[in-house]
Design a protein around this ligand. Sequence first.
Ligand code: PLP
Length: 227
Amino acid sequence: MINIKDNLDKIKAQINQACQQSGRNSNEVKLLAVSKTKPASDVEQAYLAGQTDFGENYLQDALEKITQLSHLPQITWHFIGPIQSNKTKHIAEHFAWVHSIDRAKIALRLNDHLNDIDSQDTPLNICLQVNISEENSKSGLSIEEILPLAEQVNQCKNLCLRGLMAIPEKNASTETYQKMQQLFNDLQQRYPSVDTLSLGMSNDLAPAIAAGSTMVRIGTAIFGARA
Ligand SMILES: *Cc1c(COP(=O)(O)O)cnc(C)c1O
């Protein structure tokens, strides 16, 4: 049996330790609990243990949970998976953050949908996904594509450019993490709204935090292995 509360405590201890080792304050790193494929009851358990931010990859799976858990007032949903353009309406409606933007078309569609949603007075928070290890199989921008897309997002009135997201390849080098840190710092110099480096998962939280991550996305270490 996995105990979600114990797992959250363990992850928070790991985050604290990694922060200490790199001379950072642990309140600089936010924990995003990745609940993809897991039932709403698991999300609720984590919520009752104090976790408020949850990441989802699959729209249908996510929408069911969002509906079932609409009674939890503080819950914040983050979309972190690849986005097809026919899914943007629901994402704009139901999520507070999107970490996986790598095409202008998707950003513009999200922005347009938000024009039609009256209740949405706060902008949708956006991270641009960078394919930092240049893997053919992975989504994300190449380095040269970051600034042009950042400018487009910055000009969308219903979007708020918050930063960068990446999934480094397995056993990526320290230089890979440092490159992300550099790209993040460069973006922060240009846009005052940028404050988020979404980097680090269950297996690479420490190198990510050493490289300045401000948000780690943890699934397996909280909810157990996925089927
Ligand atoms: C699944 C997923 C995670 C969580 O990965 P774990 O290894 O289970 O911690 C984080 N980020 C993204 C984009 C994911 O798709």
